[in-house]
Write a protein that binds this ligand. Structure first.
Ligand code: SF4
Ligand code: SF4
Length: 329
């Protein structure tokens, strides 16, 4: 048990989904995610897409309701759904070079609440089935959690601190992605924002990894060298000519191979100890059928990202140094 464990966290193995939660589980989510498939394909729309688009829509409604029962969370998430207007694309295009436009774009993003920013060329595999994105570039924005607030998860009717920080980061992502899209439009190029927490056309973690914002952790979330697992994402797609940022390898993947902190902290035991083949890629994977019932009942959960040692500001620099030595990075 860590120094910041709290009484709202059931011990691993002691959690059982409520009967009404189990009644909503009609089909396994793992085949929908493509577990066991050896051929790459686009992801299927699933959790946080509109609830009538996937068979777990009923549980998604429960998840949303349980998070909104926590003090402060309604206004926190309302801010995330408060979309600014997009301006028309300017008639005259900036003639600056892709290098200069990329630098300017990153500066604008960091001036508008983004905590990190990366650029990746679009890959059709980033786009959910049934959606279309025509722009050739993806910009991914990282929004860092407040660790002191995040470690209060899970939330409930008595304590909404953790889930409110989730809502606050998504609200930052909405403001930041719209501000960046509008700046790009002011330069004469098209741009579309893709903030969370609702899912849209764009899957955000794969381009975030390609753009150097972090590595995939055993808990299925991004680990950033700057913020650990305490990070949320938003995206912007554009036809502005840009220069890609490089992937960042700092040893998170290798560290996960022997670390079991999130595995042991996860109440339903959903975090798988070995990588799985998922849509043609061998990667860390969380058992959807075990995670989501607890996630829905526990107001967004978040225990795995809060417990990850990379998330702890006092620990992260030591881990970076250790892994740099071990891997000769
Ligand atoms: S979010 Fe899911 S995987 Fe992470 S600790 Fe909670 S139940 Fe486990
Ligand atoms: S807690 Fe450990 S195993 Fe889990 S994601 Fe973090 S480093 Fe990886």
């Amino acid at each position: 048990m860590t120094d910041h464990a709290n009484s709202r966290r059931p011990k691993r193995g002691s959690y059982r989904p409520k009967p009404e939660t189990l009644a909503l589980l009609q089909v396994s989510g793992n085949p929908i995610n493509g577990v066991g498939e050896t051929t790459p394909r686009r992801p299927s729309p699933f959790f946080w897409h509109p609830p009538d688009q996937h068979p777990w829509g009923g549980l998604q409604i429960v998840a949303r309701e349980s998070s909104r029962k926590c003090p402060g969370s309604v206004s926190a998430f309302q801010a995330a759904y408060n979309y600014p207007e997009l301006i028309p694309v300017a008639d005259v295009r900036s003639e600056q070079s892709p290098e200069q436009l990329s630098l300017n774009l990153m500066r604008v993003a960091l001036e508008h609440e983004a905590d990190d920013v990366g650029i990746a060329p679009m890959d059709p595999l980033y786009v959910f089935e049934g959606y279309t994105i025509n722009e050739p570039w993806v910009i991914v924005l990282a929004l860092a959690h407040n660790y002191e607030r995040l470690k209060e998860v899970p939330s409930d009717e008595t304590n909404g601190v953790g889930v409110c920080d989730v809502g606050d980061q998504y609200a930052k992502g909405t403001r930041s992605s719209y501000a960046l899209a509008n700046w790009i439009r002011s330069q004469g190029y098209n741009a579309h924002p893709y903030p969370g927490p609702s899912a849209g056309a764009l899957a955000l973690i794969p381009p975030a990894i390609a753009a150097g914002l972090g590595e995939l952790g055993k808990h299925g979330s991004l680990i950033s060298r700057h913020f650990g697992s305490g990070v949320r994402l938003a995206g912007v797609t554009t036809d502005m000519p840009l220069v890609a940022t490089a992937p960042d390898r700092f040893g998170a993947d290798e560290f996960c191979a022997t670390c079991q902190i999130c595995t042991n902290a996860c109440p339903p035991g959903a975090i798988l100890p070995q990588k799985q083949m998922v849509r043609g890629v061998e990667r860390w994977y969380v058992d959807f059928d075990k995670c989501i019932p607890y996630f829905a009942e526990a107001s967004s959960c978040g225990i795995c990202i809060a417990e990850c040692p990379w998330t702890r500001p006092s620990v992260r620099p030591k881990l970076l140094a250790t892994m740099a030595r071990r891997l000769d990075l």
